[in-house]
Ligand binder design. Structure first.
Ligand code: UD1
Length: 368
């Protein structure tokens, strides 16, 4: 029997944790899992909604850390998590993704000599101005087991000197959640509620500091959105930090004036899945949405200069455009003008809904 602590803290972690916790529960003779929520995200729409939608019981342990600067938040998670690891004495701690909670959890274990597994290891944007890139690099150096979503991630890790035997190509854990929840998402009435059922629309998410903290960049993106909104409605579920910036930059009147730019509250997992899966095109600066749109074969325009998920461009539906209005508008026009039959994207290998079982299989194999 292996005792495992599973750590999550921010919105994109929860859909990576849920399939793992479920897979361990299915094998309760081999695994005892304890879930820890750091509290990095705490708004109901950023946290509780995901536990509900993913049918996850509340975390066994909640650290209640909340927002702060990167250093203060990372340190607070470490301080709160250390006594949990000391008390519980797990065989392994599993961290997922690339948020501050991921690095903080891994660092605590490295200092205590507790083995760490990193799910979604090896992704690299090669842009060290992104806090997530630092979190990825350091977590992968600390982790004993590296579970990768795609072969490019294996190559990145090997190039950084990580021993090959620690690396396991298992596929994309987030796609486990996506595929197992598509049916339930179909019952969401979000499209009807927004008056979009059967209509063409785009979906936008935007929260990266490079796009929203930088006021000029935000305005450039808004210029592009207004041009795209002349063709179809754009639904924009806004992250709390984005809302704050809209207020600070006094952009609300400009957004409200445009009836095709529809700023709404952040959506839960199932509503968001139902919404974007019906979109003609998705515009985003998120990491995970590049992958989800690839699997659902929906054109994705990524408002960043680089991606740590190049396979979504090579095999999937993703186009990287940064925040230059001309490039954004050109990519949107190309996506909207291209008949669906001409697109020939494909789903990367092992993004098949069985990644959690493969991870659990690797861990059990190491034990026996
Ligand atoms: C974090 C992750 C990012 C991920 C994103 C998804 C890091 C470094 N970044 O960014 O990789 O794509 O989550 O959402 O870990 N806030 C609230 N309520 C909440 C959470 C946040 O109001 O429940 C506000 C606070 O003002 C906070 C700000 O959003 O200061 C930023 O939150 P934080 O967790 O620091 O980073 P995210 O931008 O959410």
């Amino acid at each position: 029997m292996l005792k495992i602590i599973l750590v999550a803290g921010a919105r994109p972690n929860f859909m990576k944790l849920a399939p793992l916790a479920a897979a361990m529960k299915r094998r309760s003779a081999d695994f005892q899992s304890i879930t820890v929520h750091t509290g990095q995200h705490y708004d109901a729409s950023m946290s509780d909604a995901f536990f509900r939608d993913l049918e996850m019981p509340p975390a066994d342990i909640h650290l209640g850390v909340g927002s702060a600067s990167h250093a203060a938040q990372t340190a607070a998670i470490m301080q709160a998590f250390e006594p949990v690891v000391v008390t519980e004495k797990p065989d392994w701690v599993i961290v997922v993704g690339d948020v501050n909670s991921t690095l903080a959890g891994a660092l605590v274990c490295a200092k205590l000599g507790v083995k760490v597994g990193h799910v979604e290891a090896g992704l690299r944007s090669r842009d060290r101005t992104m806090p997530e890139e630092i979190n990825r690099l350091l977590t992968d150096q600390i982790a004993e087991l590296l579970f990768t979503p795609s072969a490019d991630a294996d190559a990145n890790l090997i190039a950084e000197g990580i021993p090959r035997e620690r690396i396991h190509l298992v596929g994309n854990i987030m796609i486990d959640s996506l595929l197992s929840n598509l049916g339930r998402a179909r019952r969401s009435t979000v499209r009807e509620d927004l008056g979009l059922a059967g209509k063409d629309y785009a979906v936008l998410t935007l929260h990266r500091p490079a796009n929203v903290d930088d006021g000029e960049a935000f305005v450039r993106i808004l210029d592009a959105l207004e041009q795209i909104a002349a063709r179809l409605p754009i639904v924009f579920p806004a992250h709390p930090r984005t809302r704050k910036r809209i207020a600070e930059l006094n952009l609300a009147p400009r957004i409200e004036r445009n009836r095709n730019l529809r700023l709404i509250e952040p959506l839960g997992y199932l509503d968001f899945l139902q919404l974007f899966s019906g979109a003609r095109v998705v515009l985003t600066d998120s990491g995970g949405i590049q992958e989800e749109t690839t699997v659902l074969e929906i054109p994705c325009i990524t408002l960043r200069e680089k991606t740590e998920r190049p396979i979504t461009v090579e095999m999937g539906t993703n186009t990287i455009v940064g925040n230059d209005p001309a490039r954004i508008v050109a990519a949107a026009s190309a996506a909207l003008d291209q008949p669906a039959s001409k697109r020939q994207p494909c789903v990367p290998p092992l993004w098949d809904g069985h990644t959690a079982d493969r991870i659990v299989g690797v861990m059990h194999g190491l034990e026996s």
